[in-house]
Ligand binder design. Sequence first.
Ligand code: SF4
Length: 296
Amino acid sequence: MSTTANPPAGPSGPGTKPRPARYRGRAALSPSRLKDFLQCPLLFRLRTIDRLPEPPSQAAVKGTLVHSVLERLFDLPAEKRTEDAAASMLDPQWEELQAAKPEVTAMFAGPEDLAGWLAEARSLVGQYFRMEKPDRLEPAEREMLVETELTSGILLRGFVDRMDVAPNGAVRLVDYKTGKSPSPRFQSEAMFQMRFYALMLWRLHGTVPARLQLVYLGDGRILSHDPVEDELVAFEAELEELWRRVARAVEHRTFEPKKSKLCGWCSFQSFCPEFGGTPPEAPEEGMRRLLTVQAV
Ligand code: SF4
């Protein structure tokens, strides 16, 4: 759930023109925050309601850096979208990132650590060119902010990495991942985010995207899915049920910890009863803000 009252202005997309006044100042469901809730309600609470600060992680910042290069790559004319051109964007994009978030420099033990990390980012950018041919693509949108309100009054919000529109009008939504692709057991879970975007686009424009595509730069695999209307109807009901669970947790003040192997990546262990910690009192203001997800 994004609880940003006013999302940052991104490139204009079909989801942002014009932005209805009733969306302003409201929290919204987003795929990443919903995933937090499914992983661990306490993690969700501390991140979304309490908004406790978290140190940046090398993996997440590398993802941001690679995404920004792949986004900017399409600013160039088609014939100049080469691997060398993309690689040359890494350093300036890294400098921009540091200027915006100076705390990221503290992630590195020293120059060698940073050099190794930049080399990994360069290799991921290089991998992209073995998976797609950017000189043959003309994205309709990049880093597209999409917002839509379901008939139930629930506000959805998300950023789509790329939207391609074929000459026949068929829409393809694409998301880049810097990690490795999931095993078949977890592929449906990985598509959660893309179904979320497909539902938003469908509810906004009445057209189901023809293809959803996850591009895993970590191992060079592409995961695709062609959604159908019935599936999105079922997905909408699933989201509404998930929201009811979140709203109940707010009402009863119950955000229980849910221990898993993912706890190793959690920044909140010192507040977590599973690790001997005690969560702070949940801020009332944060809970009120969260409940604005659903218009009354
Ligand atoms: S350490 Fe694990 S159980 Fe505790 S809040 Fe984090 S994810 Fe949840």
